[in-house]
Design a protein around this ligand. Structure first.
Ligand SMILES: NC(=O)C1=CN([C@@H]2O[C@H](COP(=O)(O)OP(=O)(O)OC[C@H]3O[C@@H](n4cnc5c(N)ncnc54)[C@H](O)[C@@H]3O)[C@@H](O)[C@H]2O)C=CC1
Ligand SMILES: CC(C)CC(=O)C(=O)O
Length: 952
């Protein structure tokens, strides 16, 4: 059932879409209640997370809706349904009937995004995109509003010059249920020559154009009164009719100034002078493309929301971006487009203007406070992931600071301390960029300050600017009716201030400047990194433990220690830690050469310890580790790096029985062999990350324990949880030992196999067949001169391995291939063909080739059609010449190129790049024929190094 009439096309007034408050809920659904105000209204929202980043951004937007709603007395009933690829996997169709009927019965629909590589080769009716088109058609949402405004906070994120981008504020009104996306006939056939053809039809009926035109005129009327209709009326009949009907409808809106533009010109004008546009109305396909283009003017496609409305029924609200499979699952997505779509849902779909406004303000406030996801990040801002951005928006929604105070300057943080008390923290960087002279008196006198809050007649201000010139923040503390001293501020507020200061150096400065900050910093400090500066070591550590009683993470590193620096921390130090750091969960000891098993046994009483990293603690033995693991039952992360005396592995067996371990790293511990890993037994079950590195210099001095490895065959290694596996200098026995796990890790995302002797095609084929989620593979192939430990075992991997990976791992985005010795083309195990198969079949973003002589100019030519490739690293690829290098300027997405020790390339190869600024970064190391002059201007940032000693 529809919540409210959305669109009366004849009298369309987008901002007056005030739905009658509808109080209804379905007993079947779960209520998500928020408590700030008792809810007076309730709405049912269908959530369609979809694929890729869809679920990540929807989860943020859902939280934002809940909080904004609760503050406005609105209750939401969310119903989550599958669509797109997720629905295909679940039900076999991209839009299940139940999803459509649930959507139709709700008050509004919020969609993430659909699509992904996995389904790219599906037949048309089984593509995720078909599901979205069916949804739009099913909901009859013909009018798609796509606003694109350049926010002052994001001008720097725009790819256009500041003077071109600044102030852009336009709205694309896109027709959404007609045109070439739906027109018939469509399909595949053969022409008169028997050749295969594909065809679609761009078709519009007059009524379809009339109704979208009215929406556009109404929208323009509410904005700056200018409407530009974009078509291709010089070529297409459908566009000719479009122009005719738009002109006819114009007579109903004499107050709106109408112009027409061909789409090719519009695409150009959008980047030449976007400010000329107010409202654009256009057909389905042109609107799709032009709004993506417009998004880049505003900084990122991750910022643009949209509302799709029909005459009846619920509206569909979605970000304009797609499922971004290249960043999916990495917490990198910008959720703001979806959050702003939720605001459009409140405004256009439910008529809840105030709640919508809250969300829009919160987004601006979050940007004001300097938080940025990667796509919009620039210098001086704080990079956050999708989740953290969502948390910051939530904080901003709930702020109680008067808008007038907020508007004075860009605030990094504003917080109510107690009634009438405000703390305002400015970013000095920002103030500098705004030419604000930081002058206490001038600020007090500023009319802005007084006019905004006349009652702030005689504020007491405390500036902490003089603390440290390197401090990146400036505090302004305003208190009303109080002394204005830091000592009067409530604890929680001072805690929050400290929370904002991330750099230890800033924290130290701030806490030196003010006793309160000092005291609170002591209580709040959670992590500590110390080393050679601890002198006398044990006493100094004792002082630090007393000062910071709440430490959870401690790193002690004596890298670079010399005896003249004082005595190192010893076992007593660990006793001090275990007695005084009651909350210690994460401990790293690096180069602590004085520590013995006795010290480790003290740590056994740290009941909360969950991560222990030992890096070169040469005196400890397996007994010490056993005593530790017996005491610390919560250990989930253990790193042993160059612990040369650890030979017995009972501790591994013990850990295995506990089944707690999630991350194990054993590197260069000479006395631990591949076969020892079996001792982990059922502990494999939870292991997500395993790094095992044999010390290459010692491998052949020890006896490879064939018998122990043979036993692996009989064992079932439950390694299904494994996500990251790294094996370096290991021996892979055919069908036994480590080979067993390669074909079993069905959740593997990252694999690094570095000089693993004995590795065969069948191992990689098994791995590829099992690990369809693989995103990153790094293979370093041992040379023919590696000691043939397994005499009958062929050492070479061939193209069969690469082909299996290409065929089975459709999400693979990072590939690194290297040979420990140069492989001459005639001997190469991986030929150009194998590498090309990978490039052609997988969405590779990072490619690194080291010593791969089979990769030549033909390979470079193939990269011209590598759609996703962003980073290319070529090391000792001697068959690449200038001709191949010149093709780099044609690689569609490349932004980082690293060349190292490549003999065949000269300055000429880089010439097409010079002045083009296509690349963000060019790094040239030790290439004898490339000069420092040759790299100048070949990328926005260039590094050059030339040490040719490697050649001699
Ligand atoms: N409405 C929808 O659900 C749409 C779905 N798609 C589907 O999405 C898949 C990927 O299509 P693409 O052409 O790559 O378009 P896309 O919009 O998914 O991604 C284009 C580029 O923008 C970036 N990007 C997109 N959204 C972002 C965000 N919120 N934060 C940060 N960066 C973001 C991506 O990382 C990528 O580099 C395809 O399967 C396509 O059919 C594409 C467009 C719309
Ligand atoms: C994914 C498609 C169905 C459409 C599209 O690209 C869009 O509407 O943004």
């Amino acid at each position: 059932m529809a919540a409210a009439l959305q669109l009366n096309v004849r009298s369309f007034k987008p901002l007056q879409f005030l739905s009658e408050s509808v109080t209804k809920h379905s007993p079947k659904q779960v209520a998500v209640q928020c408590s700030a105000t008792s809810p007076s209204k309730s709405y049912t929202i269908t959530l369609l997370p979809g694929d890729g980043i869809g679920p990540e951004v929807i989860s943020v937007a859902k939280n934002v809706l809940e909080v904004a709603g609760s503050l406005e007395g609105i209750e939401f009933w969310f119903k989550e349904m599958p669509v797109g690829g997720a629905a295909l996997d679940l039900t076999g169709v991209p839009l299940p009937e139940e999803t459509l009927s649930t959507a139709k019965q709700s008050d509004a629909v919020l969609l993430g995004a659909i699509g992904g590589y996995k389904w790219d080769n599906n037949e048309k009716h089984l593509k995720p995109e078909t599901g979205l088109l069916q949804l739009r058609e099913g909901l009859q949402v013909f009018a798609n509003l796509r606003p694109a405004s350049v926010l002052p906070q994001l001008v720097d994120a725009s790819t256009l010059k500041k003077e071109v981008a600044e102030g852009v504020d336009l709205m694309v009104v896109r027709e959404l249920t007609g045109g070439i996306y739906f027109g018939k006939p469509r399909g595949f056939s053969t022409n008169e020559n028997g050749e295969e053809i594909g065809f679609n039809t761009e078709v519009y009926a007059a009524y379809e154009i009339d109704r979208i035109a009215r929406v556009a005129f109404e929208t323009a009327r509410k904005r700056r009164g200018k409407l530009c209709s974009v078509d291709k009326a010089n070529v297409l009949e459908a566009s000719m009719l479009w122009r005719k009907r738009v002109m006819a409808i114009a007579s109903e809106y004499p107050d709106v100034e109408l112009s027409h533009m061909y789409v090719d010109n519009a695409a150009m004008q959008l980047v030449r002078n976007p400010k000329q546009f107010d409202t654009i109305v256009t057909n389905n396909i042109f609107g799709d493309i032009l709004s993506d283009e417009a998004s880049m003017i505003t900084g990122s496609i991750g910022m643009l929301p949209s509302a799709s409305l029909g005459e009846l029924g619920p509206g569909l609200f979605e970000p304009i971006h797609g499922s971004a499979p290249d960043i999916a699952g990495q917490d990198k997505a910008n959720p703001l487009a979806t959050v702003l779509s939720a605001a459009m849902l409140l405004k256009y779909g439910l008529g809840e203007e105030k709640a919508a406004q809250r969300i829009e303000n919160a987004v601006l406030d979050t940007l004001n406070r300097g938080f940025r996801t990667g796509d919009i990040c620039s210098a001086g801002n704080q990079l956050v992931g999708c989740k953290e951005m969502g948390e910051e928006v939530l904080k901003s929604i709930d702020t109680k600071i008067p808008a007038a105070v907020r508007d004075i300057f860009m605030l990094i943080k504003v917080q109510t301390a107690s009634q009438g008390t405000y703390v305002i923290i400015f970013s000095s960087l920002f103030l500098k960029s705004q030419n604000c002279i930081i002058n206490q008196k001038a600020f007090l006198r500023s009319s802005l300050f007084h006019e905004s809050r006349p009652s702030f007649a005689s504020p007491n201000l405390l500036f902490l600017t003089s603390i440290n010139p390197r401090l990146s923040l400036i505090f302004l503390i305003y208190t009303k009716g109080k002394s204005g001293l830091m000592d009067d501020l409530p604890d929680q507020l001072v805690w929050e201030i400290l929370d904002r200061i991330k750099k230890t150096i800033d924290r130290n400065s701030a806490s030196l400047a003010c006793k309160r900050l000092h005291e609170l910093d002591n209580r709040q400090r959670k992590s500590l990194r110390v080393g050679c500066g601890l002198d006398p070591a044990n006493e100094a550590l004792m002082c630090l433990c007393n000062r910071f009683p709440n430490l959870i993470k401690v790193e002690i590193t004596y890298s670079g220690w010399m005896s003249k620096l004082g005595k190192q921390l010893d076992d007593l130090g660990l006793l001090i830690l275990s007695n005084n750091c009651l909350f210690l969960t994460d401990l790293t000891l690096s180069y602590c050469t004085f520590i013995t098993d006795a010290g480790l046994s003290y740590l056994a009483s740290c009941s909360k310890l969950s991560a222990l990293k030992l890096n070169f603690t040469p005196r400890i033995t397996g007994c010490g580790i056993l005593s530790l693991v017996v005491g610390c039952k919560n250990l989930t992360v253990l790193h042993l790096i160059r612990c040369l005396n650890v030979s017995s592995v009972e501790w591994l067996e013990y850990l295995g029985k506990l089944e707690m371990l999630e991350e194990l790293s054993i590197k260069n511990c000479r006395a631990i062999g591949e076969w020892d890993l079996i001792k982990l037994g059922s502990g494999w079950r939870k292991l997500k990350r395993l790094q095992f590195e044999v010390d290459a210099n010692y491998r052949y001095m020890k006896v490879y324990d064939h018998l122990a490895v043979d036993r692996w065959q009989k064992w079932w290694v439950p390694c299904e949880s494994m996500q990251e596996l790294s094996l370096v200098n290991c021996i892979i026995s055919p069908g036994r030992g480590l080979a067993c796990i390669l074909g079993k890790c069905k959740n593997l995302e990252k694999i690094h196999l570095d000089i693993c002797v004995g590795l065969r095609d069948c191992d990689i084929i098994c791995l590829a067949q099992k690990s369809s989620n693989l995103r990153s593979i790094s293979l370093r192939v041992p040379s023919d001169f590696s000691l043939p430990v397994l005499v009958n075992n062929p050492l070479r991997l061939t193209d069969e391995s690469l082909k299996a990976v290409a065929q089975n791992c459709s999400r693979l985005e990072s590939v690194r291939l290297s040979f420990s010795d140069g492989e001459f083309p005639s001997f190469s195990s991986f030929t150009l063909n194998g590498i090309l198969t990978l490039i052609q079949m997988c969405p590779i973003r990072e490619l690194a080739l080291d010593h791969v002589y089979s990769f030549n100019d033909i390979g470079m030519e193939a990269l011209c059609s590598a759609q996703y490739l962003q980073t290319l690293e070529l090391v000792r690829c001697q068959e690449i010449s200038d001709e191949g290098l010149q093709l780099v300027s044609q690689f569609p997405q490349l932004c980082v190129l690293r060349l190292s020790k490549c003999l065949g390339v000269t300055d000429d190869g880089l010439k097409p790049l010079v002045g083009s600024y296509k690349l963000e970064l060019l790094a040239v190391d030790d290439c004898p024929q490339i000069s420092e002059r040759g790299v100048q201007g070949a990328a926005k940032s260039v590094t050059f190094k030339q040490d040719l000693s490697w050649m001699y």
